[in-house]
Design a protein around this ligand. Structure first.
Ligand code: KG4
Ligand code: ZN
Length: 352
């Protein structure tokens, strides 16, 4: 079954085709990085306008790359939320038009759920970080908008078990990067600079680390970095040793907490498989540390490659496949699909 997925929830316009929920046929993304960079963050109206311009060329590129015609597609899947409403609407309307034009079913899926199930897609990953996760698993979705832990017992069966009380980890990366004078999105830049820095140069707080719960808090570390800058002055740009040390020390604190709480969740729930996904799972230190901890605890950690970690449409098509199969023959009412900026897990598809 060939499923075409569309993703437009934030600042990436993406189209992918996935066979049987496992095999990527094509995975195309147009990033709006250049549009938003000078504003230091995503500007919603500009995001919607860019999706409108990019979506048909990306669709054409995907079909061309796959050597497929629209009539070869068996079903469509689209991210219906959470995200920016104006951005989501672009993907939704294109998906509805396409499904209607070739008379195929369409299913709306949850963007966060798609991050959480992205490792169900077959991928060539780094040894130790790949392989199909076995249910039940603990999933950490960690991105610019989310830091959430779920117990995943199957597709559509998720129990929230922990979350951030304030900022998302990606937000902390982006805000600290901004304080340091690094351009948006800051996570990648901090990661790169940290590679040449001393992780022990500064001791930043590991909020809630010693509390026996699965909650996170990242606002304190932001303030700690700001206080440090006020006291010690701003490290020289673009790549002084002082800057690298700050990046490495900040990153280490965030990664320490993410890894500790995620594996604590796995132990508490008696599961051996851990999935980490969302934009921040691209972080090289998070990958390194989680592999170390998994290995020393005889657990398995699954982190897909960057193309499946950051926003992409393969994860939408992959998840959509499972729901399209469940809905088969029941004529899903696609015209009722609407964007929902705060879409809850489990709300879509309605019959699931
Ligand atoms: O999932 P995503 O592409 O978009 C959503 O937020 O849904 O995640 C983007 C976030 C940004 O905050 C970005 O700074 C962060 O992921 N990020 C990273 C890295 N690459 C992306 N954070 C730390 N290290 C990275 N290598
Ligand atoms: Zn995302």
């Amino acid at each position: 079954m060939l499923v075409l997925g569309i993703e437009s929830s934030c600042d990436e316009t993406a189209v992918a085709v996935v066979r049987d929920g496992r095999e990527i046929v094509t995975n195309q993304v147009a990033s709006q990085f250049d549009v938003h960079e000078k504003y230091g963050g995503v500007v919603p109206e500009l995001a919607s306008r860019s999706h409108i311009v990019d979506i048909l060329p990306i669709l054409k590129a995907a079909l061309g790359d796959a050597g497929l015609a629209l009539t070869d597609i068996d079903g469509f899947a689209v991210a219906a939320g959470p995200g920016l409403v104006g951005s989501l609407l672009v993907g939704l309307e294109v998906a509805k038009g396409l499904a209607w034009s070739v008379d195929r079913p369409l299913v709306g899926v949850n963007h966060i759920e798609a991050h959480l199930t992205a490792p169900l897609i077959a991928y060539e990953g780094v040894e130790g970080l790949s392989g199909e996760p076995r249910f039940p698993y603990v999933g950490l979705v960690v991105s610019g908008g989310h830091t959430h832990l779920y117990l995943v017992e199957g597709v559509g069966r998720y129990t929230p078990i922990g979350a951030t009380r304030d900022d998302a980890a990606g937000e902390a990366f982006d805000k600290v990067a901004k304080m340091l004078g690094l351009s948006y999105p800051g996570g990648v830049k901090i990661d790169r600079l940290a590679r040449g820095g001393d992780r022990a140069a500064h001791r930043f707080p590991r909020s809630m680390m010693n509390q026996d719960n699965l909650e996170f808090s990242f606002s304190g570390i932001k303030t700690a970095v700001l206080t440090h800058l006020r006291k010690n002055g701003h490290p020289e740009l673009p790549d002084s040793q002082a800057l690298k040390d700050l990046c490495a020390s900040f990153q280490e604190a965030v990664v320490d907490v993410l890894v500790a709480k995620t594996f604590r969740a796995a132990r508490q729930h008696g599961v051996e498989d851990v999935v980490i996904s969302g934009g921040v799972s691209a972080n090289s230190r998070l990958r390194e540390r989680s592999l170390e901890v998994a290995t020393s605890n005889s657990m398995r950690v699954h982190i897909p490659p960057l193309s499946l970690c950051t926003d992409n449409a393969a994860m939408i098509a992959g998840l959509g496949y499972h729901y399209l199969r469940r809905l088969e023959g029941r004529g899903f009412e696609a015209h009722e699909l609407n964007a929902n900026s705060r879409l809850k897990m489990g709300a879509l598809p309605p019959e699931a």
